[in-house]
Structures are given as C-alpha cells and as structure tokens.
Design a protein around this ligand. Sequence first.
Ligand code: NAD
Length: 262
Amino acid sequence: MTDASPTSAATRRVAVVTGAGSGIGRASVELFAARGHDVVAVDLSAPGLADLADIDHVVTVVGDVSEEAVNKEAVAVALEEFGRVDTVILNAGIGGTPALESSGAMDKADHIIGVNLRGPIHGLRASISALKETRGSAVFTASVAGLRGDPGNWAYNATKGALINLVRAFAVDYASAGVRINALAPGLTRSGITVDVTGDPALLSRIERRIPLGRFAEPDEQAEAIWFLSSPAASYITGTTLVVDGGLDANLGILPLPGQSW
Ligand SMILES: NC(=O)c1ccc[n+]([C@@H]2O[C@H](COP(=O)([O-])OP(=O)(O)OC[C@H]3O[C@@H](n4cnc5c(N)ncnc54)[C@H](O)[C@@H]3O)[C@@H](O)[C@H]2O)c1
C-alpha cells in the first residue's frame, strides 16, 4: 500500500526536513515534494539548499539545528507558508568523533552531541504541538552505528544509540495524542558523510565486501524508508527503528560471505 499523494491545496501535507542540503535529507526533500508535499528544507549550508529553493512547494531555512531558535523558525515557516506540519524528518547529523584521550575531545564530542542529539530533541519540541494538530509523525535519522560500536567512533555511536531509545520514549509519551515517532537506521549510504570512503575505490571495495548486499545504499533508498515510516502505510508503527543497511547488521561477520574467500 502506498500513501495516497495529496493533489489539491486543501489536502496537501507538509514536511519539515533537517540536514536537507545533501545526501539522505536532500533525497527526502525531493521525494516528498515529488509526491505532493509542501516541504521546509533546513540546513546549515546555504549553498546546499540553493537549488532546492527552486523546487515548487519547497522553502528553505538556513541554520544550525543544535540551536533551539532554528528549529522554532523552521516550524514557524511551515505554519506561515503552508498552514500545518504533518511530518518532521530530524535528519541532520555529523561524524568526526575525536580520540578519547586527545586534547579538546570533550569540546568536539559536545559539538557532535549538540547536532546529533540535542538538535533532534529541539526539533521535536518545536514541532510537537503542530504534530498533535495533524496527528502526524516524526522520523529521526539514527544509524547502524547506534546499534553497535565501531572503532574510534564513540561519540557518534553514543548519539545514534541514544536516538534509538529516544524514539521509544517519545513514542510512548505521544501515542495517546496520535503522534507516531520512529527512527531510521541507515547503513552505509553514498552521501557527504561517506565521501572519503566512496572516493577511494580500494577502500570502498574492501568495505562493500562486508555488506551482504555488496554495495552502499543510495540516498533515495533511505528516503523511501522515511517516506514509508511517515505515511499512513505505517499507521500502526511507533517507537521502532527501521534498519536499512543491506544486511550489514544481520551478519555476525565472522565468516566470509558467500562467494568470498578468506
Ligand atoms: N551516509 C551514511 O552512511 C549514514 C549512515 C547512517 C546514518 N547516517 C545519518 O544520516 C543523516 C544524514 O546524513 P547524510 O548521510 O545524508 O550526510 P550528508 O553529510 O550528505 O548530509 C548531512 C547534511 O546535514 C547538514 N548539517 C550538518 N550539521 C548541521 C547542523 N548543525 N544544522 C543543520 N544542518 C546540518 C549538512 O550541511 C548536510 O547537508 C545523518 O544524521 C547521518 O548521521 C548516514
């Protein structure tokens, strides 16, 4: 079953997408707009948003999601321009975990926590009353890195793991108000955050060997999962994390995959 895409102004649904300038967020803006939503696209990078502003029914907000005011502004723009908010996609995120024992490690970790964890909390705080009005939904972009640890990635692992439990807590709090709250856990996806890997063919091929489907995801494959979670097709789904990782998390990883040798 697919969501019935609204066609008239009276029935158009409205999405707010953070981290909209690149990768998964950009693909989500394009998908939701193509399927009849009005979209507020939020990003720190004005150049990242520039061409999105040319899409019909998309308006942009430049700002840092770790700031409460930016999240409030995005929702205010959605209400002023489009009159409602049906879906918030709290997707902006950064890597860059410092070595635990390095100088300045806590400042860098605080920055990651500010964007990856405080940002989405601000995002839901800013939008929850509008979501109650529409009995809408929120999708938080977590990560497979929130399900397990990986070397040298403790701050990112911690924020993404926290998001997975945060959606459980928020889902419980807001189910009675008719608001569904879920997370997406992408696996490795071609985007700005993975460009160092995808731009290095030898490294890319070594990493792809560890993924059962044998490749990175495209951002639009993640956007489709976000679309599903936010759509009426997911009307009984709340408090869960949808893992979209080509089988990465399903594999214990001890033995070579079929067709591979040691
Ligand atoms: N690409 C992957 O392999 C992968 C895997 C798992 C999870 N994720 C998560 O997916 C989400 C989207 O990342 P992506 O892969 O599309 O990467 P990306 O780098 O292509 O896009 C992230 C966007 O967020 C914006 N951004 C960064 N900090 C911001 C801030 N403080 N305020 C507003 N915008 C900000 C960036 O400018 C960029 O446009 C992130 O939360 C990331 O952690 C990505």
